[in-house]
Design a protein around this ligand. Structure first.
Ligand SMILES: [Zn+2]
Length: 173
């Protein structure tokens, strides 16, 4: 009906569904409700063909596979950004003499001391990092952020996902 130039109201009459529901369905697929644009996307295909790439803000309309792919890409990007931020930060050299910071929840490798203490020797805000247990491998690890699994297991999981999508993409080609 879209290809034949039906309007939403007409489709609603034929399908017995509300205009709102049809608009919603069209938007889920093509990220626009404008039927001329949708027609251009569909071209000679069927409804559901030639879908536009989904930006991250449309994550809710992605397939589970794409969502997983985005998650891997985002965590890679976050890692890169963290690396750059660390390189541009001078706090590691400023606090180089204070080994205690590595065990303190207030230490941030980019921002430095988040409790605003000048050094670890005169500090009264020290707060020891609590041990956490990896649900995947059972190891005890120390991290400021609460995590279900350890760093190594997170890296392994990302590698696994990357391999999976490399194989999936090969099949597609
Ligand atoms: Zn682990």
């Amino acid at each position: 009906m879209i290809k034949s130039g039906y309007k939403y109201e007409e489709m609603s009459d034929v399908l017995g569904k509300s205009v709102k529901a049809i608009r919603g369905r069209v938007f889920d697929y093509y990220l626009t409700e404008r039927l001329d644009k949708v027609r251009a996307y569909i071209d000679n295909g069927q409804f559901g063909d030639n879908l536009p790439d989904r930006k991250i803000k449309y994550k809710r309309f992605m397939s589970d596979e794409d969502k997983e792919k985005i998650k891997v890409l985002l965590s890679m990007l976050a890692g890169e950004i963290k690396c750059v931020a660390k390189e541009n930060s001078n706090v590691e050299s400023e606090y180089a003499d204070f080994w205690q910071k590595e065990y303190c929840t207030h230490w941030d490798s980019v921002k430095g001391c988040t409790a605003n203490e000048k050094d670890c020797d005169s500090c009264t805000s020290f707060n020891r990092i609590e041990p956490q247990f990896c649900k995947r491998c059972g190891i005890t690890f120390y991290e400021r952020k609460s995590n279900d699994i350890c760093k190594d297991c997170r890296a392994a999981r990302i590698k696994q996902a990357q391999r999976k999508y490399a194989i999936l993409n090969q099949r597609r080609m």
